[in-house]
Design a binder for this molecule. Sequence first.
Ligand code: HEM
Length: 465
Amino acid sequence: LETNNIPHPKEKLFLGNLLDLQSGRRVQDMMKLAREYGPIYQLNMPGRSLIIVSGYELVKELADEKRFDKKVWAPLQNVRSFAGDGLFTSWTQEHNWHKAHNILMPNFSMRAMQGYLPMMIDIAEQLVGKWDRLNSDDEIDVPGDMTRLTLDTIGLCGFDYRFNSFYREDMHPFVNSMVRALQEAMERGGRLPFEDKLLVHKNRQFQADTEFLNSVVDRIIKERREGGEDSSQKKDLLSYMLTGTDKQSGEHLDDLNIRYQIITFLIAGHETTSGLLSFALYELLHHPEVLAKAYEEVDRVLGSDLTAHPTFNQVNQLRYVTQILQETLRLWPTAPAFAVYPLNDEEIIGGKYKVTKDEDIAVLIPMLHRDRAIWGDNPDAFDPEHFSPEAEQSRPADAYKPFGNGQRACIGRQFAMQEATLVLGMLLQRYHFIDHTNYQFKIKETLTIKPDDFKIKVRKRTDAE
Ligand code: HEM
């Protein structure tokens, strides 16, 4: 493989740079290499070449949709075995991407968000219901409870299904299969092709998990189709998928594609948002001055009546809480990378680096978000003022990309931000947070990143004051 003039770490015989990225800490290793090799570097893996870009000036070029388009790169190709041609794992030129994009976009408008709020509140009430009933020395598994919350929320808003995760100790079997399948999809990227074939047990498990996911989702679709009148009244994503027509082609989505979309929404819609909420709580524990301002805002906007449900307007008025979440996504973008390819066979970026269609060109978001040219000399410091209206106005758009790029950007971004703002607001309204383990920050990597083994205790604010 040609490396031309792109900086790259030394390669090992046969393995190339395979060992530079360790399983379970690939993103963190990529960040370390970016600090060492700069805004663009290349890794050669057996059978593929990976170019990792994290400087703003270069990302600005990759974000130009006239020159580059989303690539379904190695990690996504493995996810494609169970997410098929759903929105997240399809190529832009696939007919089903356009069709589903056109049909589903209206379901993520501001108006649609207003419709999802009562369902989001329903699940958020279950979370605080659980935390309210804890004894004072009970500990909370933060990423665990946040995953229960976000999974149940997308289940309810997506297809009126209740995973009821707060009513069980273990995760729902569907979640276990999904997480295992995602994990396997990720690990395949770090193995040699012949190793993959040797892992008979893992392959069987992957197949069994995929079949289980399909069967659960196909049953939900079938039940809805057979449900008659009553089900056609439902205002969830599934009902739009079943009835919506693409104005461009006049077509509906077929059942196989609907299955893939549901699996996609479950994957895309829960780990990312739960990681966001978990990192945000971590940052709040370490920044008392930010926490104090957040309490002040929540008390002003939501007040102290814990029986009143937050309204759509109130959630939108939680400006500082939103800034906290945006800043959390700057340092810890929970979907940490996306890939593009040049629409022409090759392109020159940065005036001197040749990149081609065959390489995986990945934008490493956590390091883009630490580019000193944009964020100043202390880019690792957590500071929600980065998202004050003034700061936002003076910053170029492509410097901040936690939700990806252009037409292939996250369809669920408003959904995620509304959910996270609501929940963080409700938690701040109710609790003091206690770091009783003196938590040592550690990241767990799957398809997403989240704080590993992060536990806290809470005290009701009404008790303490
Ligand atoms: C795409 C991030 C929440 C559904 C993406 C992409 C990113 C992203 C970076 C682009 C991926 C790529 O280019 O390969 C996030 C983050 C979230 C979040 C950080 C939470 C904090 C959600 C939610 C949903 C969702 C809640 C669903 C309700 C999707 C879908 C796509 C996508 C369907 C593919 C869109 C397309 O290509 O047409 N997301 N996401 N995401 N996300 Fe999200």
